[in-house]
Design a protein around this ligand. Structure first.
Ligand SMILES: Cc1cc2nc3c(=O)[nH]c(=O)nc-3n(C[C@H](O)[C@H](O)[C@H](O)COP(=O)(O)OP(=O)(O)OC[C@H]3O[C@@H](n4cnc5c(N)ncnc54)[C@H](O)[C@@H]3O)c2cc1C
Length: 282
């Protein structure tokens, strides 16, 4: 199929993009890795497509005041291969290797993945685990939205009509991380994926952060499991209890890809593996 007719505008500055997005039914085009298929399948029928690929000040990656600041238009591959990201926020680099294939990651952008808000996608869950903040700009100025308040449902976010995600701000993470993902084929969207960051001191878990993709209408942060691990040794029993707690926090879909019960069980299995691996790396 071909896309339904739409008008196209290539913005050369942030102000131009914001102004164009005031048009009713307009849609941002970043890397196009999700939007173009949606247009071609006519699941998206915008009246205007606003191309932000020439807006230079949306593409950057820098360490600043104990945080990693990422422009929304920064390509996945740039972030994945950045030495700063690998050393300061390794969970992000590790998780990005699971986002499609290299050709997809060469075009796809961090902001596009987050705005697309697929509940099975890796980056929304990673940003939850990292307590990231999103800078959003619209006609009435700029606001900051915490990752935990951003994802409202499948493909639904806190972005209001006419707003653009401009920057992602991630605290540098202490601790060791692990990613465990189950998908039907290598680098497909996850059936279930678990992202964990654990900080240890003298064999005791100081903090644990766990987020799950593919197991609910939005990515899930497993707070009860995190609290159960904090302050104790990561024994096999403690990890099993946490894994069960993660499974209990899920609300998985029952669809043609996998039954809900299977996804829930896999959330527990992958959590056990992720925490065990993180512990081994600590
Ligand atoms: C073969 C294939 C495999 C894939 N595998 C995976 C996978 O394993 N994991 C995964 O997570 N994804 C996967 N994807 C999806 C895709 O990689 C991401 O969703 C994509 O990279 C999104 O970024 P983009 O820049 O291409 O966004 P676009 O396609 O340009 O836009 C996506 C949506 O976000 C909006 N948008 C984009 N940027 C902004 C912004 N700055 N502010 C506000 N709204 C914005 C657009 O309007 C659109 O609604 C796959 C895609 C393909 C084609």
């Amino acid at each position: 199929m071909k896309a339904a007719p739409f008008s196209y505008f290539r913005a050369s500055s942030l102000d131009e993009a914001i102004e164009a997005l005031a048009t009713p039914d307009s849609r941002v085009l970043a890397g196009g890795q999700s939007l173009v298929p949606l247009l071609n399948l006519r699941q998206a029928r915008p009246s205007l497509v606003v191309d932000i690929n020439r807006v230079d000040d949306l593409s950057f990656l820098r360490k600043e005041n104990g945080r990693l600041e990422i422009g929304a238009l920064t390509r996945h591959r740039v972030v994945e291969t950045s030495e700063v990201v690998r050393s300061e926020v390794p969970l992000l680099a590790e998780a990005l290797a699971y986002v499609g294939h290299v050709a997809i990651r060469n075009r796809g952008t961090i902001g596009g993945s987050l705005a697309h808000a697929d509940p099975a996608a890796e980056l929304p869950a990673v940003m939850l685990a990292l307590d990231a903040e999103f800078v959003v700009r619209g006609p009435s100025g700029e606001r900051i939205v915490a990752a935990r308040d951003f994802f409202l449902g499948p493909h639904r976010t806190a972005l209001a009509s006419g707003e653009l995600l401009t920057r992602i701000s991630v605290p540098l993470s202490r601790g060791v991380c692990a990613v465990e993902e189950l998908s039907r084929r290598s680098r497909d969207l996850a059936l279930v994926a678990v992202f964990a960051v654990v900080s240890m001191s003298d064999g005791v878990c100081e903090t644990a952060r766990i987020a799950v993709a593919g197991a609910g209408p939005t990515p899930i942060r497993a707070i009860a499991a995190e609290e159960s691990l904090a302050g104790g040794a990561l024994t096999a029993d403690a990890i099993t209890d946490a894994a069960e707690s993660v499974a209990a926090a899920t609300d998985p879909p029952d669809d043609l890809h996998a039954p809900a019960g299977y996804r829930r069980e896999m959330a527990a299995v992958l959590t056990r593996r992720a925490i065990t691996r993180a512990k081994g790396r600590a």
